[in-house]
Write a protein that binds this ligand. Structure first.
Ligand code: SAH
Ligand code: TYD
Ligand code: ZN
Length: 404
């Protein structure tokens, strides 16, 4: 039996995907052998946390060769400019505020704080993206945030007014230690906030590609409320975010007697309506995953049999789960186009599909394109108006298969 990383209770299995490679490990050449781990998700009925049953060593995922650079989407640039504005509002009345970001990546958010001369620190274990953040004027400590590093930061920089994180808290297995550390590091009236893909959106859409090695947890208000309480913090507000296919921002404060926004009550009752507090809420998930996966493969095979060529758009880490689980490889997809320079010329983990440049996609103009970066659909459709005008078609798959 696997046990809960928050409360040690036994986990109940929700979904299995079988052996998977490291999701962001794009390969210089198709290898003889690849590291694989068993990808499956379980539910804890004690603290409501949905989580991976088996995890991968963080140093295998977050290192010098990390493939994901945050600043590859215009929409995300805007989103993080707005997040920085939100932080400025929170610290408006502080005389010498201190702002921390966990997982600052290439500095997409924190550069906005840095350029205003505000005392800040980014914690980022992946050396290559941390270096990019430094080039963007951000002060970065190359390392993992945890209970110990929280104490080190406090000793060196003092207490924090804001501790923020986007798409990173759900990556950290020793989550109790992170929150414990944050509770120590925060000023008494300080705020911790973070956002991650929202479990309710994942369940509603069956967007199972959000499940991969880096995403150890799938948060919702129910689980964050419990998690906060166990670590001397309180969930005081929640705000839905229209990014990454549906994310949720959680605001935490120290203690247990803060004013709690009615947003928390509202979101948690919606979660209860979908039964996210019992195993019942997850019983049909595997079946729906299997159906989407089988339907998608069937459609791609049928197109191939008609002699059509199919490419894909966005070599995302998410797509590692979709492609490997659905057994979609180079026999169905000619190549994936991506704008990230370090991904171009490489091959996808497990499925070994070549990654090509965006220019290649534009000149090639394949009749069908599987939209792997579906969370950026609006931005990509705006960019590919010409392609669609000329008759090019995008294939999407959540909540069901669609040709657009
Ligand atoms: N915040 C950015 C990056 C998300 S990707 C965005 O939303 O676009 C997740 C990032 O968190 C990676 O850059 C990874 O190296 C970093 N990370 C992973 N574990 C971490 C930890 N324990 N502490 C700090 N950063 C971590
Ligand atoms: P994303 O969906 O943000 O993340 P993840 O890896 O966590 O699943 O990744 C988007 C990928 O798509 C990234 O490799 C950059 C690429 N991309 C393009 O190639 N063109 C675009 O217009 C956009 C928005 C993204
Ligand atoms: Zn638990």
């Amino acid at each position: 039996m696997n046990s809960c990383k928050v409360c040690d209770n036994d986990l109940k299995n929700i979904v299995n995907f079988g052996p998977m490679p490291i999701s962001n490990r794009f390969l210089p050449a198709p290898p003889e052998e690849e590291f694989l781990y068993e990808l499956s998700v379980g539910f804890c009925s004690e603290c409501y946390m949905v989580q991976l049953e088996k995890t991968v060593d963080p140093e295998m995922m977050f290192n010098e060769n990390y493939a994901f650079f945050s600043s590859t989407s215009k929409k995300m640039e805007n989103h993080f400019d707005e997040m920085a504005e939100d932080i400025l509002e929170i610290i408006a009345n502080q005389t010498s505020p201190f702002v921390i970001e966990i997982g600052c990546n290439d500095g997409i958010m924190l550069k906005n704080i840095a350029k205003r001369g505000i005392h800040h620190l980014g914690m980022e274990p992946s050396g290559n993206v941390a270096e990019r953040a430094r080039e963007n004027g951000v002060e970065v400590f190359t390392g993992f945030f945890n209970g110990k590093s929280a104490l080190d930061i406090m000793e060196k920089h003092g207490e924090a007014d804001v501790i923020s994180g986007a798409n990173v808290m759900c990556h950290i297995e020793n989550i109790n230690s992170v929150l414990e550390g944050a509770a120590v590091l925060l000023k008494n009236d300080g705020v911790m906030f973070f956002e991650d893909p929202y479990l309710l959106d994942i369940v509603k859409k069956t967007s199972f590609d959000q499940i991969y090695d880096e995403h150890v947890f799938y948060f919702c208000g129910l689980s964050i409320s419990e998690l906060a309480q166990r670590n001397g913090l309180q969930l005081v507000d929640m705000a839905a975010q229209g990014v990454h296919g549906g994310s949720m921002r959680y605001f935490l404060k120290k203690g247990s007697k803060n004013r709690v926004s009615e947003n928390v009550t509202r979101h948690i009752s919606a979660e209860r309506e979908f039964n996210l507090h019992t195993l019942d809420g997850y019983l049909s998930f595997q079946k729906k995953v299997n159906k989407i996966s089988a339907d998608l493969r069937k459609m791609l095979v049928a197109l191939k049999e008609q002699g059509q060529r199919i490419a894909a758009y966005g070599a995302t880490s998410k797509s590692t789960t979709l492609l490997n689980f659905s057994k979609i490889g180079p026999e169905l997809i000619d190549y994936i186009c991506d704008t990230t320079p370090t991904k171009i010329g490489k091959y996808t983990p497990g499925t070994h599909i070549p990654i090509k440049s965006h220019q290649h996609f534009q000149t090639d103009s394949p009749p069908y394109t599987l939209l792997l970066a579906w969370n950026h659909q609006k931005e990509i459709f705006a960019k590919e108006l010409e392609y669609r005008k000329k008759g090019g078609k995008f294939i999407t798959f959540f909540p069901g298969i669609n040709i657009k």
